[in-house]
Ligand binder design. Structure first.
Ligand SMILES: [Zn+2]
Length: 358
């Protein structure tokens, strides 16, 4: 398929150039059992990595066709969405003894020396399933466990990876946010999932805090972590794989599952605007399909948030109440989303509390 390879090679070259540009102002963390203890690398080391990346990108164009197929053993849990990139679609449901808290998407990226995992599901048992999916795809060590934000369905599986001693990586505000909510998250999810399903689950706080765009090295493959301003939460972090143009957006992108708000509706709309202008070959939402086209995937979410914000502002303008808002705002969106009855009113009240003071 020469035409396809030509296109992939152009994409790889473009991404390598974008990566070189992007790393000029970025701190870089390279391999270490304790990455937070390591000083940032100098510019020359970064360039060496970039050269390796460019070579690898061209090589990947050749492997692309085969690697886009699901890895046979991992296929049941995670599907290959790009060369060396796998993603799992969580249930669009509330946590239950049946789904064990597997209600958010997660995935992993395989370098030449190590693996980075993005999110761990809502219990240690879900984490163990992800662990099996990683092992079905590669024997390489899991160097980084990245949490896209503090919500329990994205972090409660961390315990399944503790024995491998990866660095647990998150937004610099993740540790504070998660520690403050730890008891509540554990108690609420134990109730919903049940004692048996919840066994082994505990909060593991990040060991590496990301305060600015940061490159992590997986050996011949660099991924870029970008902390965001307050949006879905105050600790949203996205993960870019420049080699394939894949971006893990965490809960900055909802699909199918009605959006939930624990940060700032104004911030979220602003972050979506910024991210929509940054091209990606595909994105992985926090909820919904394992892989989506960008920026089209953001449109329904953006529409939902805009409807909620504008209808709340109209109520505020005539001195209406929060009760009125939760009963009437955004009802035109009801048929567009799953779990609307479970979460929509809460999203409206969070947005109301914010917009009341603008
Ligand atoms: Zn979330």
């Amino acid at each position: 398929m020469p035409a396809r390879h030509g296109r992939l090679r152009r994409v790889a070259r473009r991404q390598a150039r974008a990566y070189i540009k992007a790393t000029k102002n970025r701190s870089v963390i390279m391999r270490s059992p304790l990455p937070d203890a390591l000083p940032p690398l100098d510019r020359r080391s970064v360039l060496r990595g970039v050269q390796a990346l460019a070579v690898l990108s061209l090589g990947l164009a050749r492997q692309a066709v085969a690697a886009e197929e699901p890895a046979s053993a991992a296929a049941a849990y995670a599907i290959g969405i790009a060369p060396g990139v796998y993603a799992h679609k969580g249930h669009v449901a509330l946590p239950s003894p049946e789904n064990l808290g597997d209600m958010s998407n997660n995935g992993f990226i395989i370098g030449r020396e190590a693996v980075a995992l993005i999110d761990t599901g809502g219990s240690a048992k879900v984490g163990a399933e992800i662990y099996k999916a990683v092992r079905a795809a590669t024997a390489l060590p899991i160097r980084y466990v990245i949490n896209t934000h503090m919500h329990p369905d994205h972090v409660l599986g961390n315990a399944a990876f503790e024995a491998d001693q990866p660095a647990f990586v998150g937004h610099h505000k993740l540790g504070r946010g998660l520690a403050a909510r730890a008891d509540r998250y554990v108690a609420a999810n134990r109730d919903l999932i049940g004692e048996a399903g919840f066994e082994g689950t505990k909060i593991i706080l990040p060991t590496v805090a990301i305060a600015e765009p940061t490159t992590l090295d997986l050996g011949g493959r660099a991924i870029v972590l970008e902390p965001q301003k307050t949006a879905h939460t105050d600790n949203d972090l996205i993960v870019r794989d420049p080699e394939t143009g894949t971006v893990f957006l965490g809960d900055l992108l909802f699909s199918e599952h009605v959006p939930t708000l624990d940060g700032s509706i104004r911030g979220w709309l602003s972050v979506l605007d910024t991210l929509s202008q940054q091209p990606a070959a595909r994105v992985v939402p926090g909820h919904g399909p394992a892989s989506m086209a960008w920026p089209d995937a953001a449109k329904p979410l953006k529409h939902y948030l805009e409807v909620v914000a504008s209808e709340i502002r109209a109520i505020l303008k005539r001195n209406g109440t929060i009760e009125e808002a939760t009963a009437t705002v955004g009802l035109s969106e009801k048929s567009a989303w799953h779990l609307f009855e479970d979460y929509h009113a809460r999203t409206v009240s969070a947005a109301f509390a914010e917009l009341e003071w603008e």
